[in-house]
Design a protein around this ligand. Sequence first.
Ligand SMILES: *[C@@H]1O[C@H](CO)[C@@H](O)[C@H](O)[C@H]1NC(C)=O
Ligand SMILES: *[C@@H]1O[C@H](CO)[C@@H](O)[C@H](O)[C@H]1NC(C)=O
Length: 232
Amino acid sequence: MRISFAPVILTLAVASSVYAAPAPAHLAKRGWVADKLKELVENALNTLECGACTAALVGVKDVAWLNKNWVLDALAEICPKVSKLTPEVCTGAIKLEGPALLDALLKADLLSGDAKFICYQVAGICAPPSIASGTLTFPKPKPANAVAPVSSGNLIDVLHLSDWHVDAGYIPGSEAECDQPLCCRKHSNSPAVPKRKASTWGDYKCDVPLKLGQNMMSYVPTVANVSFGILT
Ligand SMILES: *[C@@H]1O[C@H](CO)[C@@H](O)[C@H](O)[C@H]1NC(C)=O
Ligand SMILES: *[C@@H]1O[C@H](CO)[C@@H](O)[C@H](O)[C@H]1NC(C)=O
């Protein structure tokens, strides 16, 4: 399954308010930053628009230049408040994706269109960028008499595993009908009695339990003599 990072991006946007802080000295005061952000979250949620989103990204970038941890810490605090994600899901997502997102943001040329594009792609806030016309020059022309290689006729079996989503954290019997991006795990807000129990072999709302993944792998040799495998 695909995890939506919209809440994280939203908090990235909201963190722009840090930019409005008067001086870096104040940013070091974590409590002050957290309070300020909390206050501005509600404000940002009411006024989300293209200009606000791009300004937010510029702000986040400026703070990230000073110290990436300040942004990540702020996001981890805000995320559970502006989304229904539990603190551990927020922290996990920010820890995993935050540094890469910030690196991308630091490389982005925000004012020349990147910010609008990010806001469009991630949150659908800005208008889609217009398609620029241009001429593409290929490195060399198509060969005049291209001949396809002749097949040897020898066939091999190749195992191609795509979008592998085996979840080592899958817990049979846990809540399969949760409100988090990934269910069938123990979340801090999991009810004592699940609405639907995660079965031993998996659930449509969850990633694949280890048991199913292993069982599938042991089945493969019964249907193919695999020469090599690729995981994409
Ligand atoms: C960035 O902030 C973190 C957390 O506040 C702090 O531990 C770290 O020393 C800071 N790094 C720099 C380079 O200032
Ligand atoms: C794998 O190759 C062996 C030897 O050629 C053959 O006996 C066997 O049937 C093959 N297995 C599969 C699943 O194709």
